[in-house]
Design a protein around this ligand. Sequence first.
Ligand code: NAD
Ligand code: MN
Length: 346
Amino acid sequence: RQSLKVGLIPADGIGKEVIPAARAAIEALGSDIPKLEFVDLQAGFELFARRGTALPEETVEALQECNCALFGAVSSPIKKVTGYSSPIVALRKKLDLYANVRPVVSVAANAGDKPSVDLVVVRENTECLYVKQETITSSETGREARATRLITERASRRIGKMAFEIALKRPRKQVTIIHKSNVLSVTDGLFRESVRGVSHSAEDGRYDGVRIEEQIVDSAVYRLFREPQIYDVMVAPNLYGDIISDAAAALVGSLGLVPSVNAGDNFVMGEPVHGSAPDIAGQDIANPLASIRSAALMLRHLGYGRGADRIDSAVDTVIREGQVLTPDLGGKSKTQEVVAEVLKRI
Ligand code: NAD
Ligand code: MN
């Protein structure tokens, strides 16, 4: 067994409560995965407030020595704070984690029932409006703010390829391209064409078995709420992907259940979809399951499917039994009690 070096970045708020849970879940696997080595790393708004930096250089350097990482959540102030920018957005860029993969799956009430929601949002992670090039000018009629929205063929193709690869491993093998090219014909037009192009230009017809659908983003959200079962893999530019995956989380009961990975060609970082939840931080009631599932997703991405399956089925069992759940799922249990319940079943 070689060893697996895992960077841990709890960051802010409930990140500090749910990342230890993810760590414990991986540790409980024993021999199904390589020998583990954890590296505790710092980032976040609370760190910025103390030290004037939200993402220290030593954190980035240490991550470059790791095989993978787990990130908790950061608090980002809604108003601009001089010198602060979100470390998660920066990390995705620095480590070239160009895909944010977010599976949203409902747990069936009885074992064997088909889940009613079983989709994966594959969100482009490096460009779109998140290049954060905003300007503001004043005119006689008031201020005018502008933002740049960057869509490149290269980034659209590689996120397309990621979506097709994920679809190939799923029973339905369907990719829905989300766009708004009826209005944004140039930017979203390029996204849509580039993703389609991946399929057409694939050698040996690799993606011939994958069905391509497309949907305008607003009607995609409408249909997501009315008939979520029509979706399998949804591939989207950064902002649409962000919104759709948070919205899809509502279909399965709580943001506290939905995991993600930020993936590049050489690195993968697990991250729950939720934020730092300041409203419940420090009370030991945060749902740890999204974070635990993110650890499983990270392992799956690295090829340790057996370990990932063991974590996922332990989580599913705890949800299905419904006895030990945090308040976001209607339960009365503490974070630590849910973690203990999951660990017992791994
Ligand atoms: P949020 O995801 O933190 O919380 C939204 C709601 O869901 C809150 O009521 C919260 O209590 C609840 N919730 C979220 N995760 C939960 C969990 N694990 N268990 C139980 N309940 C949970 O989003 P927000 O309130 O809009 O943002 C709070 C802060 O988090 C902001 O500063 C925002 O910028 C940041 N944020 C960070 C990330 C990230 O790190 N990737 C993502 C979203 C928001
Ligand atoms: Mn979001």
